[in-house]
Write a protein that binds this ligand. Structure first.
Ligand SMILES: *Cc1c(COP(=O)(O)O)cnc(C)c1O
Length: 370
C-alpha cells in the first residue's frame, strides 16, 4: 500500500509523524496480542495502565524532571486550563499577572477575571501582537499569585526566546506557561516554571488529552485555595489518582505516548530544536530575501520556529498563492483572520522536506507574480 501524504501546515489539530500513524494502524485491531484495540481496554487494566504510565515517564524523561513535578493527563484542552489555573492558584487576596502577547493570552486572562483579580504587567497589543515584550520593561510584583506566559503565540507567529525564559528565574512569583503550540519543540529551563500546560493537538498527538506539569510546591499551595472548587477541577484530585480519577481519553493518551516515543527516538528535545530551527530558517530566509514581496508579521527578534506568519502585497495575490499552494498539495496555509495573509505551522511532525517544498514554491510564486 502506498500512502500519498499531503504537505500539512495546519495550525492545530496538526500533522502527526507518519510512523506514529502507521504504528496505530498496525495495532488497531490487536494491541500487544490482546485481541482488541487499546481503545477497547479498561482504563483500570494492565494493558492501558502500562501505556498511561509510560506516557508520564516519557514526559519526565524528555524534560529531565523527576521528583519535583507531577505530570497530569487531563481533558478539556488548554481552554479548560485557562479556568483551572486561577481556580487552583489565584487566592482572593492576590492578583494574577498576565503577559498579553496574543488572543490566547486574552482568553486565559478573561477566565481569571471571572474568578479573581488580575492585571497585565506587559502587553504588545499596540502592534497587533507582532513582538514579545522587552524583558526589562515587564512589571511584576513578588505578591503576584502567578505570572502567566504564552510561550508561543500560534496566531501571530511570535515566541518568547530562550534568554527570556532564563531570566524568569529573576521573577519572585510562580510562573505558569501555556506551551500548547511549542511544547517539546525546544529545550527550556523547566526549573523556572511552576506550571506548564498544553493541549496535545499541535505538538503532542491528537486532540482530546491535555498535558499539565505542576510543581509539588504549587500543588501544596493550591490545597488552601480550592476548598470551594469542585473535585474534578482541582489539580490535587488528579495528582492523587495518577490521572485516573475518572476515565482518561485512552486513545489520545496512547497516541501521545507514541508521539513522545518518536521524539525520544529522534534524539529528544535538542534534536527537535535543531531540526525546527533549520526548517523555520528556510522560510524566514525566503521572506527576508524577497525584497518585501513577503512581509513577516513577527518582528525578527520575536520569531517563532513553530508558526511562520507572512503577508503578500495584495489580497488577490494572497488568494492566488493559497489556490496554487492547494493545487500543489500544500494545505493549512491560510493565516488566522486576526492577522490575515498566510501562516505555515511547522510543528515537530512537519518534515524538513515539506518545508523545503514550501520554500521552493514561495520562491517560484514570487518570480511568477511580481
Ligand atoms: C490552540 C491553543 C490553545 C487552545 O487549545 P484548546 O485545546 O483548543 O483549548 C490555547 N493556547 C494556545 C497557545 C494555543 O495554541
Amino acid at each position: 500500500m502506498t500512502t500519498r501524504r499531503i504537505h500539512n501546515f495546519n495550525a492545530g489539530p496538526a500533522a502527526l509523524p507518519l510512523e506514529v500513524l502507521q504504528q496505530a494502524a498496525s495495532e488497531l485491531e490487536d494491541f500487544n496480542d490482546t485481541g482488541m484495540s487499546i481503545m477497547e481496554h479498561s482504563h483500570r487494566g494492565e494493558s492501558y495502565e502500562e501505556v498511561h504510565n509510560e506516557a508520564i515517564a516519557l514526559v519526565k524523561r524528555l524534560l529531565d524532571i523527576q521528583a519535583d513535578y507531577e505530570v497530569l493527563l487531563l481533558q478539556g484542552g488548554a481552554s479548560l486550563q485557562f479556568a483551572m489555573v486561577p481556580y487552583n492558584l489565584l487566592a482572593p487576596s492576590q492578583k494574577a499577572n498576565y503577559m498579553m502577547t496574543g488572543s490566547w493570552s486574552e482568553k486565559a486572562k478573561k477566565e481569571a477575571d471571572i474568578l479573581g483579580q488580575t492585571y497585565s504587567g506587559a502587553s504588545t497589543k499596540d502592534e497587533n501582537y507582532a513582538y514579545i515584550p522587552v524583558f526589562d520593561q515587564i512589571e511584576t510584583d513578588p505578591e503576584d499569585a502567578y505570572i502567566h506566559v504564552t510561550s508561543n503565540n500560534t496566531i501571530y507567529g511570535t515566541a518568547w526566546q530562550r534568554e527570556d525564559f532564563e531570566r524568569m528565574s529573576e521573577w519572585s512569583a510562580p510562573v505558569v506557561v501555556d506551551m500548547s503550540s511549542d511544547i517539546f519543540s525546544r529545550t527550556l529551563p523547566i526549573e523556572n516554571f511552576d506550571l506548564i500546560y498544553a493541549g496535545a493537538q499541535k505538538n503532542l498527538g491528537p486532540s482530546g488529552v491535555t498535558l499539565v506539569i505542576i510543581s509539588k510546591a504549587m500543588l501544596e499551595k493550591s490545597t488552601s485555595i480550592t476548598q470551594n472548587v469542585p473535585s474534578i477541577l482541582r489539580y490535587n484530585t488528579h495528582a492523587d489518582k495518577n490521572s485516573l480519577y475518572h476515565t482518561p481519553p485512552t486513545f489520545a493518551v496512547y497516541m501521545l505516548k507514541n508521539t513522545l516515543q518518536w521524539i525520544e527516538n529522534a534524539g529528544g528535545l535538542t534534536a527537535m530544536e535543531a531540526e525546527n530551527r533549520k526548517k523555520a530558517q528556510l522560510l524566514y530566509n525566503v521572506i527576508d530575501e524577497s525584497n518585501g514581496f513577503y512581509q513577516g508579521h513577527a518582528h525578527p527578534d520575536s520569531r517563532s520556529d513553530m508558526n511562520v506568519t507572512f503577508t503578500l502585497p495584495s489580497e488577490a495575490l494572497t488568494d492566488r498563492f493559497l489556490q496554487e499552494a492547494k493545487d500543489l498539495h500544500f494545505i493549512g496555509l491560510n493565516g488566522h483572520r486576526s492577522v490575515g495573509g498566510c501562516r505555515a505551522s511547522i510543528y515537530n511532525a512537519v518534515s524538513y522536506e515539506s518545508c523545503k517544498a514550501l520554500r521552493d514554491f514561495m520562491i517560484s510564486f514570487q518570480i511568477n507574480n511580481q
